[in-house]
Write a protein that binds this ligand. Structure first.
Ligand code: PAF
Length: 293
């Protein structure tokens, strides 16, 4: 079983002896772990000797009216699952331990990438992610940290944070883990009713279809890809709406994690399609990489 710490000082003391000879990886989570999180731990173990999993439902990244109170908290079950993948330590602090003053007086601003997509629908969300992740990096001082690619924008923002604040660690991006029917695994999937769960895989299917259509676009000489993209996005939005989703956003961006713009000017372009859509009470996120030649 992993050893659980709730106090920063105790965790630091436990990690100290490892630092001379062993590398440490962090897997930050909000708990309610599923196979996607366990895969993050497996990946972390490939990169470091010791794996610390943090479990903390971070109040500063939830907006008013969001699901902070109802977010599932399942620490005992989480620790049992983490034993199956041989995680070494769990850090599960209280809110008071993480935030002696709440809201904290010091801010971490997530920068321009955060102004779009999820950041537009959830103002302040990525600043909250930024401060909690900074604190976790300072507390644990890992050599590497693993983040899931399902939260593509979050991953881009964390990479920026590491660059801008000179954290001496490697960020490892972990591929999306999906259910057999294609739905990206997420703790929030449990908000879906049985009938919504049947519909949910349509989201991934729609992104796959859109990726194929983007690859098939034929641009006239001197033409622009932008009107083609706009038309395909409109079609896909309509398809999702007809299937029962309320689309928050569906956009195509350049895939470079340090930019995420709509500056599609190269002959060969790596793009990412990003979607957030409500199905009942669940806000589902997904994305799909696509290369246009
Ligand atoms: O992706 C998440 O679960 C959270 O945003 C994170 C990175 C653990 C910060 O609270």
């Amino acid at each position: 079983m992993p050893i659980i710490y709730q106090q920063i000082s105790e965790l630091r003391a436990a990690l100290q002896p490892h630092r001379t000879q062993q590398s440490i990886a962090l897997v930050p989570t909000m708990g309610n772990l599923h196979d996607g999180h366990l895969e993050l731990v497996n990946i972390a173990k490939q990169h470091a000797d010791i794996v610390v999993v943090s479990i903390f439902v971070n109040p500063t990244q939830f907006g008013e009216g969001e699901d902070f109170d109802s977010y599932p908290r399942t620490l005992d079950a989480d620790v049992t699952k983490l034993a199956t993948v041989a995680a070494d330590y769990v850090f599960a602090p209280s809110i008071e331990e993480m935030y002696p003053v709440l809201p904290p007086a010091t801010a971490v601003l997530a920068g321009t990438i955060s102004a779009q997509l999820c950041g537009q629908s959830r103002p302040g969300h990525f600043d909250g992610v930024g401060i909690v992740v900074s604190k976790l990096f300072n507390i644990i001082q890992p050599d590497a940290a693993v983040f899931g690619q399902k939260d593509y924008q979050q991953l881009a923002i964390i990479k920026q944070l590491v660059r801008d604040l000179s954290y001496p660690l490697e960020i490892i991006a972990a591929p999306i883990v999906r259910a057999a029917d294609g739905l990206a695994l997420s703790s929030r999937n449990q908000y879906l009713t049985a009938s919504e769960r049947q519909v949910a895989p349509v989201l991934h299917q729609a992104l796959q279809g859109l990726a194929q259509q983007l690859q098939d676009i034929k641009i006239a000489p001197q033409g622009s890809i932008l009107p083609h993209i706009a038309a395909l996005l409109a079609q896909t939005r309509e398809h999702l709406t007809n299937a029962g989703f309320t689309v928050d956003y569906l956009e195509v961006k350049t895939a470079e994690l340090d930019a995420m713009t709509e500056d599609f000017d190269k002959d060969e372009q790596d793009m990412v399609i990003l979607v957030a859509a409500w199905l009942g009470r669940a806000r589902l996120l997904d994305n799909q990489l696509v290369t246009i030649k």
